[in-house]
Design a protein around this ligand. Structure first.
Ligand code: SF4
Length: 201
C-alpha cells in the first residue's frame, strides 16, 4: 500500500471529511518510510484513537475538560515514546527556536488554554516569536502548552537550533504514538494556529 492509499483509506474513516485527512508532517513522513507491517499497526492505532476520542466527545461536553484529557493522553504517549530514543533530549528552558514555527492547535486545547490565559492573566505579546513567550524567552503557558509544542524534540547540539538560515540539519526525535493520537484528534476538531487565535477575547 502506498502513502496515498494509506491516507485515503484512513480518510474514509472520518465521515463528512472531504479530501485528505489532517495528518502531522511527521506522521506522513513516517508512514512513507514504514514497511507494510508497521503501516498496518499505525493504521490500527489511528482507528482506535479516533474511536476513543469520538467516545470522549459524546460523553464530555466541556471542551475545556476534553482539552485537559487530550493533553494528559498526549503526555502519556510522549513519555512512552521517549523511552525508545537512544539519544538524550537536548531541549532546554530559554531556548525558543521552535517557538517560531506555526503551532497548530485543536479547538479543545484552544478552549482549555484560553481559560488558563484568563485565569492566570497571561500577557499576550503579538510582537514576540510566539504570543506566549515572555521577556526571558520562557513559555508563559508551559504547563498547558499545545501538544504540538510538547511533542517536538531535538536530540542534537542545542547550538544548531539557533541557526536561522536552515542550512544545518537538526536531529529530531519524533514520538510516533503521540503523532498518531495528535493526527487522529486533528481530524475530529477544528484546527487553528496559535498566532491566529484572538486570545484576549
Ligand atoms: S506555546 Fe509556548 S512552547 Fe509553544 S510555541 Fe508558544 S511559547 Fe513556545
Amino acid at each position: 500500500m502506498d502513502i496515498n492509499s494509506f491516507m485515503e483509506e484512513i480518510d474514509q474513516l472520518i465521515p463528512g471529511h472531504n479530501g485528505m485527512g489532517y495528518f502531522s508532517d511527521h506522521l506522513r513522513a513516517i508512514v512513507k518510510i514504514a514497511d507494510e507491517k508497521a503501516r498496518s499497526g499505525m493504521r490500527n492505532i489511528f482507528i482506535g484513537d479516533l474511536k476513543v476520542y469520538r467516545e470522549l466527545m459524546s460523553r464530555v461536553n466541556s471542551p475545556v475538560q476534553r482539552g485537559n484529557i487530550f493533553q494528559g493522553l498526549m503526555r502519556a504517549r510522549i513519555s512512552f515514546d521517549i523511552k525508545k530514543t537512544p539519544f538524550p533530549i537536548t531541549c532546554q528552558p530559554g531556548c525558543m527556536d521552535c517557538c517560531g514555527l506555526n503551532v497548530a492547535i485543536n479547538s479543545d486545547e484552544r478552549e482549555m488554554i484560553r481559560k488558563y490565559v484568563k485565569d492566570h492573566q497571561i500577557k499576550i505579546d503579538r510582537s514576540a516569536l510566539c504570543v506566549f513567550l515572555d521577556g526571558n524567552n520562557l513559555c508563559q503557558i508551559y504547563s498547558v502548552r499545545p501538544a504540538s509544542c510538547s511533542k517536538y524534540f531535538s536530540t542534537d547540539d542545542p547550538a544548531k537550533c539557533s541557526t536561522k538560515d536552515g542550512t544545518k540539519i537538526i536531529r529530531k526525535f519524533v514520538p510516533i504514538l503521540a503523532e498518531i493520537l495528535w493526527s487522529a484528534v486533528a481530524n475530529l476538531l477544528v484546527m487553528e494556529t496559535v498566532k491566529d487565535i484572538e486570545w484576549e477575547k
